[in-house]
Each structure stands twice: as C-alpha cells, then as structure tokens.
Design a protein around this ligand. Sequence first.
Ligand code: NAD
Length: 366
Amino acid sequence: MTPFTYTALPSRVVFGAGSLQQLGREIEAIGATRALVLSTPEQVASARRVAALLGERAVGVFSEARMHVPIDTARAARAEARRLGADCAVAIGGGSTIGLGKAIALEAADGGFPIIAIPTTYAGSEMTSIYGLTEGGVKKTGRDPKVLPRSVLYDPELTLTLPIGMTLTSALNAIAHAAEGLYAHDGNPIIALMAEEGIRAAAAALPKLAADPHDLEARSDALYAAWLCGSVLGNVSMGLHHKLCHTLGGTFDLPHAEVHTVVLPHALAYNAAAAPEAMRRIGRALGLGADAGAEAPGAVFDLARAHGAPVALRDIGMPESGLDRAADLAVQNRYPNPRPLEHAAIRALLQRAFDGTRPAPPDTAG
Ligand code: NAD
C-alpha cells in the first residue's frame, strides 16, 4: 500500500430526521449560552424557528447571508455578534450561511467563536475548515482550524423544502468533492472509502428525489452523501475541477452548484487517463461495470442530464467571450492535478462545457 498521512478533523455529527430538536443540548455541550442564529433572507423563517426553539439561549437572528460571503456582510455579522454579546453561531442553511458563520469565527478573539452548523443543502462546507471572503470582486479562500463547525446537525426534514433544481445540482456539487478526492495527491484509503460511498449514496438518491422531492429516506441518503463528500473536501486537496469552478464562479458570477454540475464531467474526462483507479471507483459507485472507469465522466454527465440539471455553461449565464480568459486564469497558478495543466486542452474542455457536449472516453477527448 502507498504510504499516507491522515488527519481527522475534530467535529461532532448528529444525524437523523428530527435531530434539530437536539440543538439545545449541542449548545450546552460546547458551553455556550448566547447563540446568534444565521441564515439567508430566503430562510429567515427557518432561522426564527431555530431561535424560538432555543428560547433565551438565542440572542438574535442575522439573516443577511449571501453567496460567496461579501466582506461587508461578514463585517455586519461580526458587529451584530459583538453588539449582542453572542458566544456562538448557529448557521442554518447552505454553504453561504455556514460560510458567514466561518467569517465571524475567523476574526474571533482568543477562545474562539464556535459554530453549530445545520446544513440544508449538500455543499459540504460544514465539514471543512475552508473559509472564503469576497472583497472588490475577488474571492479569497483559506484554511483555518478555528472555522471548522464544532457540531453539525444533519436533519433531512430540513431539506424537504430544497427546490428540486438545487437538490440535483447540490448533490452533484457533493459528488465533485468526492470524485476529486479520489485522485487527490494527498489522498488516503479512509478518504477514498468515504468518497466512493458518498458518490454511491448521492447517485442512488438523485433519481428518487427527482421522482419525489419529499421522499424522506432519499433525502436522508443525500444528506449522508453530503456529509461523506464534505468530509473528503475537508481532508484532501482538490484539483482542476474545483479550481475551474472557483474561477468561473468568481470571475463570471455564475451560480456555485450549477457550475460544479456542468464542469464536473469535463474535468473528469480531462483527468481520466491520468487517474484510472479514481475513474474505476467513480464508475463502480455509479453502478458501471468493474472495468468501465473510462465511462465514468460520461455517466456523470448522463446523471445530470437525465434529471434535468444543466449541462452547458451557456445555459447558466457564461458568456462565450469569457472562455479564453477562463482558460488563461485556470493555468495561472500551478497546483497538483493528475494530468498537467495544458492551456489548449483546458480551453477545449471549457468549450465542450460551454456547448454541453457529452464527454468522450479519454482516448478521444482532446
Ligand atoms: P447557498 O447556501 O447559497 O444556498 C442557495 C439558496 O438556497 C439560498 O437562497 C438558500 O437560502 C436556499 N436554501 C438552502 N437550503 C434550502 C432549503 N433546504 N430549502 C429552501 N431553500 C434553501 O448554496 P450552497 O450551494 O449550499 O453554497 C454555496 C456557497 O458555499 C458558495 O459560496 C461556495 O463557495 C460555498 N462553499 C464553501 C465550502 C467550504 O468548504 N468552505 C464548501 C462548499 C460550498
């Protein structure tokens, strides 16, 4: 076996329908008494429900979370936390809301500012120590152990309201973490187990959710997948796919989960020949035959298309005139990736993602 290093991230997970009811106990367990509840404006009703559940242990609701954590929103949330004398945050929502909690924790004085995350999408931020802040149109990300949520409540009942479009793209966003984790230069066997199981559980839940978004068992499976895939993201380095999505999302203001959905099959096709074992495992998780790894990128594309998720950058707001710039930006900084970063091949990848062309097996992909 290849030697490896594995560092477990210290977080506690409470999983199951109705687990929201255990929030008070989780707050007590971390020794906090004054929670600031965070949400987006769209989920303010959920945030108020959480505050009501907490009674006097909630000191306020801040419902201004936005995609990519604009610095002004982070400053406003920090000021509100100070003004109210909050000693922890309860973030109920997707990556945007959990990201806002992380922005508060990042600046907290000694002793820290614990976050309890209640994820309602499959983005996986709750399992990582990665934070992001956007200032002057540029999103900077970093890792800091103090932003890792202390406790995570996964309650599938809270995901029943996630619109079906977002359900599909968010689950594919989760699959993207796991897929890249399988070929990470710093990967390890534990993370590979989680990644393969995460892809399997997400891919199995998708058709059920497309047929019935209120299927609680399928919602549970998708949230379980989100936990596994988020753990992969939190533990190992991501490659070309995540870098491309970060560039496309930040520079062209494209929606996060949709960009991941569209780009993933093409990034996998780019890496397929250089990462055959990862492709074999992705293929196996998607229910392909034992030797069908080369078909994995196409199968991911089919999974998205079959259920009505977007498959073309042109359909999610990307201007074709931006493809050259995106390719330039993608090769600007070097980072580990199974296949070296080649400008012409990445430009071709972006064109196929723009057009929504189904990826071909590696010997024919450009
Ligand atoms: P999001 O948090 O922006 O949510 C999208 C919309 O869906 C919001 O309006 C939200 O209120 C709504 N929503 C969420 N859950 C809902 C539910 N159950 N019912 C109804 N509406 C619901 O989307 P996201 O994809 O979860 O997060 C994207 C952001 O998270 C990006 O900024 C991305 O960079 C970041 N992210 C960070 C990490 C990390 O490790 N730091 C990981 C993944 C994503």
